[in-house]
Write a protein that binds this ligand. Structure first.
Ligand SMILES: [Zn+2]
Ligand SMILES: [Zn+2]
Length: 328
């Protein structure tokens, strides 16, 4: 079968590879749509968890046993303290399909049967491939909602008139796919106002089609929630600087390792910074229920034959399309 293989740092190739050989408890998924994630473009340039040779792809949907399914790519041990508390997305032995084992950039892939989720009828393959990134956005929003809903301190509902994140004034830094999905999730989740920033007019236009407003010029400060979908030292600094006292910044971008922000300013105003990685099982289901309602015209599909070219172009800084989906 054909697969897009990460063969060396900075290099992906469309190759003929052996058919997947499912282990006991695994099933073969015929991939219909698989999203290329920014983390993969980064990981291909500078190999970290992803080591060549590897078939990447952790955002995908297809057919398994005659049924339309989407794959939840988070694999967990089920035994560690986090798994036992229902937080298997931060399992101590966490692995991710498409990162630690072969993923969806192929005609077919074997996955544990436990990773399959039935797709709701009527959802397009393109929308189905966006469930996984949307689940990241749902988790980020819920992180903010939980933080603002806790009693005590300046984050308590009484002091600033917010109860959880409903009605919150929200900023989203970065309008790549994750930032757009964060803006859409916040609006669906009851944010009072969502302002976005990005350097690209096309990305800002996509955010506006989802109902967000362009912050401008630049963020204006005092936000209840700042979502950093970039993750550079500069955007992390901004996520703290533009947060109101007792607000919350949620970081899910991983562009750089540096924290970047003024920790003393954070302490003096009881600001908060939360990490957000992946999603809980229930949040994956929430994303599945929501993604079909949103404007997703910023995502574009490509045949597997074009995969190496589009991946390489995006890896080298190409900005179009905003989100590429491979359609094997
Ligand atoms: Zn991803
Ligand atoms: Zn575990």
């Amino acid at each position: 079968m054909k697969a897009l293989v990460f063969t060396a740092p900075g290099k992906v190739e469309l190759l003929d590879v052996p058919e997947p050989d499912p282990a006991p408890g695994e099933v073969v998924v015929e991939v219909r749509a698989a999203g290329i994630c920014g983390s993969e473009l980064h990981g291909a340039r500078r190999p970290g968890f992803r080591q060549p040779p590897l078939i990447m792809g952790h955002e995908f949907a297809g057919i398994a046993g005659g049924e339309a399914v989407v794959v939840n790519p988070i694999l967990s041990c089920g035994r560690c303290p986090e798994c036992r508390r229902g937080l298997r997305h931060v399992c101590r032995e966490r692995e991710i399909i498409g990162v630690h084992r072969a993923g969806g950039f192929a005609e077919r892939v074997a996955v544990p049967a436990s990773a399959l989720r039935p797709l709701p009828p009527g959802l397009s393959w393109e929308a189905a491939a966006l469930i996984e990134p949307a689940a990241n956005a749902v988790h980020a929003w819920n992180q903010a909602d939980r933080a603002l809903g806790t009693s005590g301190g300046l984050g308590a509902g009484g002091d600033f008139g917010t109860e959880g994140a409903v009605g919150a004034r929200v900023a989203v830094i970065g309008c790549g796919a994750i930032g757009l999905l964060c803006a859409a999730t916040a609006l669906t989740g009851g944010a009072g106002q969502v302002e976005v920033t990005d350097l690209s007019p096309a990305r800002l236009a996509a955010a506006q089609r989802l109902g967000a407003q362009v912050a401008g010029p630049g963020l204006s400060g005092g936000y209840d929630v700042v979502i950093d979908a970039v993750g550079s030292a500069v955007t992390r600094e901004a996520s703290v600087a533009h947060q109101r006292p007792g607000g919350v910044a949620v970081g899910l971008g991983l562009a750089e390792e540096e924290a970047g922000f003024d920790a003393n300013a954070l302490i003096r105003s009881e600001k908060r910074v939360l990490g957000s990685f992946a999603y809980r099982d229930g949040e994956f289901a929430q994303a599945m229920a929501r993604v079909g309602d949103w404007d997703l015209t910023w995502a574009a599909g490509y045949p597997l034959a074009a995969a190496a070219e589009i991946f390489t172009d995006l890896m080298n800084g190409g900005l179009h399309p905003l989100k590429a989906l491979l359609l094997p």
